[in-house]
Design a protein around this ligand. Structure first.
Ligand code: MG
Ligand code: MG
Length: 298
């Protein structure tokens, strides 16, 4: 397969600094070499240009912190991804999870016209806040709501009128949801597998149900937030939550998705080298990407 790597070194949507170094950490953990080792052709497109927070007006635009800058970076990521050939598999590197507003949009629009896109959101958090519901105001807790057309009109308008259907979203690994966010999720009908579901049903059944649910979508995007994994496996994240996916649960999910042959793009986000131990989290996430892209035990 032809893979294209694109970094979005942005930490403006998060409360803690450092995930802007995520793309470097993942490259340092031999992402390209690992994927080439699986027989893929890999092109690294470099990074989307993101200004340093110190150089921009934090409050430009509406009330959201760094809205203008995040909007510009997401737009740029969306344009670059949308311009890639249809048979390319984009591997996009965050950055905080707000980058996915750009990457998911770009992937849905790739090939000229919008395609019905399924989203598998692997995360401790549902990231379904709107500016009104969010307790923190951090945009990285809001990307999924905006992808479905809710929230700030500018962020929700990134796809030029294209939006994800809530029924085409499946979340896995969930264990931290804000009170108002919970109501919004219920209202929208987004399917979320919590860690309780993972314990009870297991990853095999959850993956099968997920693929079944998203069978009608033309494209399938996996957005993998490193904090979905247990902090003992992936300590280098800004918002660690105990009780996450084990190393093997993460790999099994990726392996089963790989076997389905349906996934068409991937984000790896929220890797924070400042909080990491010897780049462990980036290395673990490169392993997850490899499993999604065909690495097998036998
Ligand atoms: Mg997230
Ligand atoms: Mg998260």
């Amino acid at each position: 397969m032809d893979l294209s790597i694109l970094g979005i070194p942005m930490d403006l949507g998060a409360g803690r600094r450092g995930v802007d170094m995520g793309p470097s950490a993942l490259r340092n953990a031999h992402l390209a070499r690992t994927l080439r080792g699986l027989g893929h052709t890999v092109t690294d497109l470099g990074d989307v240009e993101v200004p340093l927070p110190e150089t921009v007006d934090k409050h430009a635009g509406s009330g959201l912190v760094f809205l203008e800058t995040i909007l510009a970076a997401c737009r740029s990521a969306a344009e670059q991804v949308a311009a890639l050939p249809e048979d390319t598999f984009p591997v996009t590197l965050g950055g905080d999870h707000s980058v996915s507003m750009g990457t998911v949009t770009g992937n849905a629009l790739r090939g000229g016209s919008p395609r019905r896109t399924g989203l598998i959101w692997v995360d401790a958090h549902t990231d379904y806040n709107t500016p009104q519901s969010s307790p923190s105001g951090n945009i990285h807790g809001m990307p999924v709501a905006h992808l479905t057309g809710r929230g700030d009109p500018q962020l929700a308008g990134l796809g030029g009128g294209w939006h994800l259907r809530p029924e085409d979203i499946v979340m896995i690994g969930i264990r931290s949801v804000d009170a108002k966010e919970r109501e919004l999720l219920r209202e929208a009908g987004v399917k979320a597998y919590t860690m309780k579901d993972v314990d009870q049903l297991g990853i095999t059944r959850i993956t099968a149900e997920t693929l079944e649910r998203l069978a009608g979508t033309e494209r399938l995007h996996v957005s993998f937030d490193a904090d979905a994994l247990d902090p003992s496996v992936a300590p280098g994240v800004g918002t660690p939550v105990p009780g996450g996916l084990t190393y093997r649960e993460g790999h099994l999910l990726m392996e089963l998705l790989a076997e389905s042959g349906r996934v068409t793009s991937l984000d790896i986000v929220e890797v924070n080298p400042v909080l990491d131990t010897r780049n462990q989290t980036a290395e673990v996430m490169v392993g997850m990407a490899a499993s999604l892209l065909g690495q097998r035990i036998l």
